[in-house]
Design a protein around this ligand. Sequence first.
Ligand code: KDG
Length: 299
Amino acid sequence: MTDVLTLGETMGAFRVAGPFRLGGAAELTVAGAESNVAIGLARLGHAVRWAGVTGVDEIGSLVRRTLLAEQVDLSARTTPAATGLILFEPRTADITRVLYYRSGSAGSQLSTEDVRRAFDVSVPKIVHVTGITCALSETALDAVTEAIRLGREAGSTVSFDINFRAKLWSAEQAGEVIRPLLKQVDVLIASDDELPIAGDHQVPEVVVKHGSDGATVRVDGSEWSAPAHVVTAVDTTGAGDAFVAGYLSGLLDALDPAGRLRRGTTVAAFAVATPGDWQGLPTRTDLDLLDLQPGSTIR
Ligand code: KDG
């Protein structure tokens, strides 16, 4: 049984403490928008599958080992190309620069075959894809298109997060590619500045992330909103993916739109208040921790 199938590139991730030009110690972990969502959902007890391609290298092993350790099921293929890398340079607690070393990477070789293999294992309740994968290569775009097509055919809910990355393509290119895909999408997720990329569309459920101003959702003409939790920001990278994990978790648990938003903003708050993209994401029993008084110790 699969609750959510997602696909994309997960990279080796290096994080330094100060500006890159100063060098110094770096911490090695993994990062990828879709696998961040997968980890967030798995922590909340959902059955998640990630489809992707890694290199036959140590970083590829780190990616697979990390996802397996987080209880994410894998439809992972290896290829001789190197696993991609992302370098995070946090300049302040809420402003981070990234460098990519992912052109021609193993992850960009994702193909329709990989998606079909994942569907052959089981039909997911939700298929979740992002604009990042669409920008990686022709075959990766084909993989996203196929995942949406197969999801529609099988009656899965299809979720699409625009996740625009200016280092991968222009907003114009993104719009041209993403708009036709949205005809088959059930849940569109975007931050407010990404919404113009979607253009005029007919997606029935539109979720908008407003960062520290919370989130809104419009379902069939009605709108709900939820504020963000007030937390001390330590590292905001991955907050959007964490929100998506919480929102999709709410959808799986049949929460109403307001409840889905609340779960999204709660999971996002954990991402903001802890270092790393996914390391601090909550389990189900953690979800209520943010209701405690700041400074509480649970004994
Ligand atoms: O938001 C965090 C992720 O997007 C990050 O882990 C890296 O997937 C990533 C990307 O392609 O930028």
